[in-house]
Design a protein around this ligand. Structure first.
Ligand SMILES: Nc1ncnc2c1ncn2[C@@H]1O[C@H](COP(=O)(O)OP(=O)(O)OP(=O)(O)O)[C@@H](O)[C@H]1O
Ligand SMILES: [Mg+2]
Length: 368
């Protein structure tokens, strides 16, 4: 049950600041996923926690004790990288046993530990093979086994399955999750694949240009993004975000997006909740594709729109609807809109609408 905490961590490479005032508390046994674009500082943060990289300011605490001055080997943290490096001349068994051989573990205990971890990772039948006779997925299983065999305080994984093909990644994802449930070690897992992040994480840490943007459960970061970056980074297809104007009309609120002629109907309470933000030129409305309700027939509160492009995805379609100067991407049941060019009717589900201030990108926290 190892707790990890980062307090005000800053890191520069020359004049480039790659970690900016980073604060995060990780609970014992928690599975944290760090998600962000290439170059946002994920690997550097992980290496700093492991002790492979120094930090310029702040504290890194393991179980409440500052460790930033400790060497990597004194932190008892295991790390798995994307490019796994197994010793080619050793068997799988010897590769996994290697970290224990350096300690004063007895032969019998080593054997027990290797066989136990091999069983969990389902590679017992491969123990006598050399790495060259393994598939990519099995090699990565061995690399994970080698990292976990000495039961480290924490496990850091940097895109451990990024190099594998899609099907194998899915399989390994399930495996890693199973392993975590069984072994239960504090884990920080880096990826830029959001599906991987959503499916593995207890909490997701979203980073952008060295700045932590939001920490939350997968549900939280999806349903309540704190800013435009998170809103448009999480979710596929991305959240629709459009400049919006809000006014009162016939007892309800009307939200006009992208200078369209007509506005979408919202409950009147939106006017109060926006609290003076409505007349500004800085309001943006965000709505995910599933938050746009589409009807083939005219309906109360729905606006007529043209379906311009239909993207069939098997289980559902993504339909581009022309609204004013812009385009709203809606999710519909497969085949719901029969042809591109049809006129349909759309409305924005008020409870799925997000409002942002475009000056700082922050969510206004308005929920209906
Ligand atoms: N040793 C180094 N010296 C100088 N700059 C570095 C060094 N290591 C990383 N950087 C820079 O720091 C920034 C953050 O790099 P980092 O590797 O942490 O990003 P990342 O989020 O892991 O990206 P990726 O998804 O591509 O792995 C990048 O701009 C990178 O070029
Ligand atoms: Mg990296």
């Amino acid at each position: 049950m190892t707790e990890i905490e980062l307090r005000g961590v800053q890191k520069w490479f020359g004049s480039l600041q790659v970690i900016k005032d980073f604060n995060l508390s990780i609970a014992g046994n928690e599975f944290i996923v760090m998600l962000g674009q290439s170059g946002c500082g994920k690997t550097t943060t992980l290496r700093a926690i492991a002790g492979l990289e120094t930090i310029d300011e702040g504290d890194i605490l393991i179980d409440g004790k500052p460790v930033q001055h400790l060497k990597c080997s004194d932190r008892d943290i295991a790390m798995v990288f994307q490019s796994f490096s197994l010793y080619p001349h050793m068997t799988v068994y010897e590769n996994i046993a290697f970290p224990l051989r350096a300690t004063r573990t007895s032969r019998g205990d080593i054997d027990e530990a290797v066989r136990e971890i091999a069983k969990v990772l389902r590679i017992t039948h491969l123990l006598d093979r050399k790495p060259s006779a393994l598939s990519g997925g099995d090699m990565q299983r061995v690399a994970i086994g080698r990292a976990l065999v000495r039961q480290p305080k924490a496990m850091l994984m940097d895109e451990p399955i990024g190099a594998l093909d899609a099907k194998l990644r899915e399989e390994m994802r399930a495996e890693i999750k199973r392993l975590h449930i069984k072994q239960g070690s504090t884990t920080i897992y880096v990826t830029h694949d959001q599906v991987e992040a959503m499916s593995l994480a207890d909490r997701i840490v979203i980073m952008h240009e060295g700045v932590l943007q939001q920490v939350g459960t997968p549900e939280e970061v999806y349903a309540r993004p704190q800013n435009l970056f998170v809103a448009q980074f999480v979710g596929s297809p991305v959240m629709n975000v459009m400049p919006a104007r809000v006014r009162e009309e016939a007892g309800s609120a009307r939200v006009t997006v992208d200078d369209a002629a007509e506005g979408f109907q919202f409950p009147r309470e939106l006017l109060m909740k926006l609290n003076g933000h409505a007349p500004e030129d800085t309001l943006a409305l965000g709505v995910r594709p599933e938050g746009i309700l589409v009807s083939r027939e005219p309906r109360e509160g729905y606006l007529p729109v043209e379906a311009q492009i239909i993207e069939p995805l098997g289980s559902h379609d993504i339909v581009d609807l022309r609204v004013g100067e812009g385009m709203l991407r809606a999710r519909t049941p497969a085949g719901f809109v029969p042809r591109a060019g049809e006129q349909v009717h759309a409305r924005i589900d008020p409870v799925q609408a997000h409002f942002f201030d475009t000056r700082d990108g922050k969510s206004l926290g308005v929920r209906l």
